[in-house]
Structure formats: structure tokens, C-alpha cells
Design a protein around this ligand. Sequence first.
Ligand code: C2E
Ligand code: CA
Ligand code: CA
Ligand code: CA
Length: 278
Amino acid sequence: ATRDGGDPVRCYEPSMGERAARRLRLIRGFSAAVSRRDVRVDFQPVVSLGERTVVGVEALARWDHPELGLLLPDEFVPVLEATGQIAELTSFVLDESLAAARRWLDRGMRLSVAVNVSVGNLGSAGFPDEVASLLAVHGVPAELLTLELTESGVSSEREVALPVLRRLHALGCHLAVDDFGTGQSSLAHLRRLPVDQVKIDKSFVLGMGTEYGDVAVVRAIVEMGHTLGLTVVAEGVERAAVRAALVDMGCDVAQGYLVSRPLPARCFDSWLDSLDVH
Ligand code: C2E
Ligand code: CA
Ligand code: CA
Ligand code: CA
């Protein structure tokens, strides 16, 4: 179908059967893919807008499938969430991310790592213990770990997740609300959660170049976030003009293709080294 209702120029669209078969393939193949290391974690730098220094990374999962090619999390994360296999992905990403944080510490760099967690992770009472034990195994201070929860996640299952969030916060981990502005929860709502950061959804940041309304939304989130004592992160920063506008608004940190795309661990390390040179 086309957006304007005109003559449909058909692209290849997989049928329902094909999609279901692909899904089933992902479900059946996931655990083996983790053991074979076809699943990996890429790191995207997060920079301070004031000082222009790298303050941390966001860990983003990728699945390099031998037959289907590189799969992005928007395809496989919802599948793993539906089956409960998301717990296995989160454990893997936490383990890889904390190992990397330890490596950076050993090289004298205190970088924080942000890991995306699903509502399903928060439904498990054992999750905070798992986080605590991985922090201990890798010897990484809890304050270097940020757990990112989507806005829809924290608003829909708030009652269930609150004790788990409190325990994670008590460990010293930071909590961020991801994709902020896309859901229906207000910042005042967030005040009741043990949250430290808001990440403005990239759709607003991408629109800042062209849509005046998006500039106003971003400014409002920065101001209200600061009123509530939260660190405000802008993601999807692709243009220098947008970064300059974010600096003017007092936004704290930024992430986006302007600084770097997500990079495999080894490429990220070389990217860091290239910064030292300049
Ligand atoms: P997210 O948490 O909102 O992550 C940011 C997404 O924006 C990433 O897409 C990143 O590559 C992309 N991005 C970063 N900078 C820019 C930019 O300047 N412009 C544009 N257009 N995009 C940018 P990615 O890696 O495809 O991840 C998609 C989503 O999948 C993530 O959105 C997150 O919700 C989810 N995800 C990724 N890894 C994991 C994971 O390990 N566990 C879980 N539960 N979810 C994950
Ligand atoms: Ca995120
Ligand atoms: Ca986001
Ligand atoms: Ca997202």
C-alpha cells in the first residue's frame, strides 16, 4: 500500500507465513547464536555537551546471522521479549558491557555503560541480584552502570517494577527513562520513580533541524528534567546545528551519528585512541 493512496508500486513484502517462519527461526536459533558469538554488542559514545568529552557508551545488541545477514534489535528484541528469551540477551549484553567497562578502567578511562533493559527483565525478582553479581565479577563500580527503560515500560508496569527498580537503585546503578516524549507519562510521574536520567526520543532531536515544534518539545523536556534534578540526554544528534542548539538549551549529554555510529568493541577502542592523538 502507498501513503498517498495512489497506484501502489509494490516492493517485496514478506507474506505472513514467511514472517512467521523467520520469527520461528530467530526463536529457535538464538541460544546457539549467543554461544557461537553471532550475537555481539556495539558501543555508541555518549558525550558531555559542556566539555565535549566522552563520558560513556550505550551498548546496542546486533545479531550477525550466517544466512539472514546483520539483524538489528528492532527485529529480534520484540521476538525475544515475547518468548522470555530476553533474559538471556540482557545477561549477555550486561556481561559484555561490564567486561568492556573494566577494560576501559584498566586503561585509565572511567566510562559509564548504558544497557537497555526490557519490562520482562524487571518482572523477575532475581534481576537485581544478577546485576549485583555481574558488577562484582567484573569489578565495576555500580555507579558506572546505567539501565535504560523505555517510557512505555515504566508507565505500563509501574506497580510490578517499582520494588525491582528500587533495589537496582539501592545498588548504586543509575536508571534512565528511554524514548522520553513518545509515551503518555509526564515528568511529574517520573518523580515518583528512582530515575536519574531522561533520554529525549531521537524523533524530536532529529526534527529539531526542521520542525519548530520539536525544538519547543526538546527545550521543555530539558527544563522540566533539570527542575526535577535529572540528567538530560539527547539521542539522534546528527547535525552540528542541532548540537549547538542543545548546548544553548543546557542539555547535559548527547549521542548520535555526528559523534559516531555504534561501533564493534575493537573499532570503538581504536576510535577512542584516535581521540587521544588530537
Ligand atoms: P534505543 O535504545 O532508543 O537506541 C538508540 C537507537 O538509535 C539505536 O538503534 C542507535 O543505533 C540509533 N541511533 C543512534 N544515534 C543515531 C542518530 O544520530 N540518528 C539515528 N537515526 N539513529 C541513531 P539500534 O541499535 O538499531 O537499536 C534500536 C533499539 O533496540 C534501541 O533503541 C533499543 O530500544 C533496542 N535495543 C538495542 N539493544 C538492546 C538490548 O541489548 N536489549 C534490549 N532490551 N533492547 C535493545
Ligand atoms: Ca536506549
Ligand atoms: Ca531511545
Ligand atoms: Ca527506541
